[in-house]
Design a protein around this ligand. Structure first.
Ligand SMILES: [Zn+2]
Length: 329
């Protein structure tokens, strides 16, 4: 404007402005070009999430995420695939692929380190899962420090990490498992037929540790402040765990719900790996209903990492609400 006022022709002024603009913008263009050459670093993977619960400290560990075809028919197998696809679209999720996260937990009671479930382990390592050891290391723990290993149930994504190279992965630990769960999977009746693979896995990963194992029933304490919670159906002896310290409570729900949308919004739709579909649905409704009614936080093994959330009752079902700052205050 000043140049125009001092008698410069409009054309010259525009030229000057254009030139000025070019001079000014050149370094910016160069900067942009230089920044554009930064390497792609790959999608980030978070190893752990730690928070306090009363006098306890919990660390959720990321064993990884498995991506597979679905969710139908793995989830909602008895429903028309279009019904499952429509629910996915309503929730901004893929109708072609489904991601299954795996989230073991370390509880530090102040006197003991308790690990709940062991991830997929070496047999599935690679492909983004079986990361528990790496995640533990980043979180500041060694396998030798683990005092107690608690198993919710004997599926491969929970017991896979018990052994490493033929030896116990947590060499100083004692073990805790549901009495009914252990009895079911180690019964010789499971040695052939559809249960053969899981029977063999139990024989190689769990049975060798039996001498150091405690077998739980509903309500039995694992350590002071941690009690078993019967949640049968997903497997015949599946257990969740109630954790309480200084009046703060949280529940580890294991595999009560295996997808944060389907398990909550359609608790009766069924999951392919639920052993007893009707009982699993009933347990899902009762445990999620209890969490909703009591407004309790929970860690769900297959919830989106870091897998800590609340249950909101909605219509005749539920909604998963991820934790935000409730543990930061
Ligand atoms: Zn599982």
């Amino acid at each position: 404007m000043k140049m125009l006022e001092t008698g410069t022709t409009r054309r010259t002024a525009l030229k000057s402005l254009a030139f000025g603009a070019a001079v000014l913008s050149t370094p910016m263009i160069m900067n942009r070009a230089a920044h554009g050459k930064a390497d792609f670093l790959g999608a980030s993977v978070t190893d752990f999430h730690r928070f306090k619960l009363g006098g306890f400290e919990l660390t959720v560990l990321n064993d990884g995420i498995m991506v597979t075809d679905g969710p139908h028919p793995l989830f909602g197998g008895k429903q028309p695939s279009e019904s499952v696809a429509e629910l996915m679209r309503q929730n901004n999720l893929s109708t072609e692929k489904v991601a299954l996260p795996f989230s073991p937990v370390i509880l530090n009671t102040g006197t003991e380190l308790v690990l709940f479930d062991t991830g997929n382990g070496e047999s599935r390592r690679g492909g983004g899962v079986g990361r528990l050891g790496d995640a533990m290391q980043t979180a500041g723990y060694t396998p030798e420090q683990i005092d107690v290993v608690v198993i919710t149930h004997m599926h491969p994504d929970h017991i896979g990490g018990l052994m490493e190279g033929g030896a116990p992965a947590f060499p100083n630990a004692r073990y805790v498992i549901g009495e009914a769960e252990y009895a079911f999977w180690t019964d010789d009746a499971r040695a052939s037929g559809p249960t053969e693979g899981l029977y063999k896995m139990g024989q190689s990963l769990v049975v060798p540790l039996a001498e150091k194992m405690t077998f739980l029933k509903d309500g039995t304490d694992v350590v002071s402040g941690v009690a078993a919670l019967e949640a049968f159906g997903h497997t015949p002896g599946h257990l969740g765990y109630r954790i309480e310290s200084e009046g703060r409570q949280l529940v580890l729900t294991g595999d009560v719900a295996n997808h944060y949308v389907i398990g909550f919004q359609k608790p009766d739709w069924g999951f392919g790996f639920d052993a007893d579909k009707a009982l699993a649905s009933a347990t899902r409704r009762s445990v999620l209903g209890m969490l909703a009614a009591d407004r309790l936080p929970f860690v769900g093994y297959h919830m989106p990492f870091p897998s800590v959330g609340y249950v909101e009752p909605i219509n005749d079902a539920f909604r998963y609400v991820a934790e935000s700052y409730q543990f930061d205050l």
